[in-house]
Design a protein around this ligand. Sequence first.
Ligand SMILES: Nc1nc2c(ncn2[C@@H]2O[C@H](COP(=O)(O)OP(=O)(O)OP(=O)(O)O)[C@@H](O)[C@H]2O)c(=O)[nH]1
Ligand SMILES: [Mg+2]
Length: 304
Amino acid sequence: MSKSNRLSSDDTYKSGYVAVVGAPNAGKSTLLNRLLGEKISITSKKPQTTRNRILGVMHRPGSQIIFIDTPGVHKANNPLNERIVGVALGALADVDVILAMVDVDHPDSEGEKVLLDALRKQTKPVVLALNKIDRIAKPEILRFIEHWSTAFPFKAVVPISALRDIQIDTLIVKMEEILAPGPPFFPPDTLTDITERFLAGEMIREKVFRLTGQEIPYACAVTVETFKEQKQGKLITIDATIHLERSSQKGIVIGKGGQKLKQIGEAARREIERMTGTQVFLKLFVRIEKNWRKDTKALRKFGY
Ligand SMILES: Nc1nc2c(ncn2[C@@H]2O[C@H](COP(=O)(O)OP(=O)(O)OP(=O)(O)O)[C@@H](O)[C@H]2O)c(=O)[nH]1
Ligand SMILES: [Mg+2]
């Protein structure tokens, strides 16, 4: 009998789905990557980086926890943002446990209100992670614990730092305690259900988020037209398009003499090479899709 079969018939083995939800920029994607020890979800200093659900499977000796990273919840002001908040709140219905997250360094009262309203409408167990405790003093942490413990009947409130790897084990053990016994959902070598092709597009979008300012990151969507393995898997050729809303934005993304686009392309290529362990040839195009954030058809085309 294989190890996983033995484990699956063991009535102490735990498994289940956990949604990571919170205001934009709380550090949800950083936590997902930390939990998995691999980068599968893009991160940036700017809010509203994540736009889709990102599934990651954590394998432990006595448990399998499937984490769903979600977009930040906020008061949406356009159809794209309505979609992404819908994606986040929709994830609550499909999981066993909710892992709510707030940023103690920059509390976001509006996003936290949307979060609390959603939590109050459901009955699943919720654990709260107070993230970014590396940025504040200890007495302040205690004050946050007290404040949040009275705001909602959380199963636990755990101060953590996703970036600095503080108290992540404590958080995992809390999840394991709450999850019901059950067999694993995924084979032991499964990390995620997203494809390298999708992740390549996300890496490009991350570089736009990190290397451009103002409204550009929000006006940007990325599609991958070609993702082709060549030379017996030793080279991947990628053609991708950065879509923007207005022609003035195109000039900014391309930059003087094409410098900005080159910088975005090189940073993305390096990241995709790290992810695939293969040499990558990346060609980037820039297109205008007028006001796509308000256009239902374009939203669908871009996968939102
Ligand atoms: N100091 C500190 N910074 C952190 C911590 N966790 C995340 N960050 C930073 O916070 C910023 C936002 O992190 P993300 O993981 O992209 O946040 P998110 O919640 O996924 O954001 P959205 O996808 O926009 O909702 C990044 O610059 C991270 O490096 C932490 O524990 N401490
Ligand atoms: Mg995110």
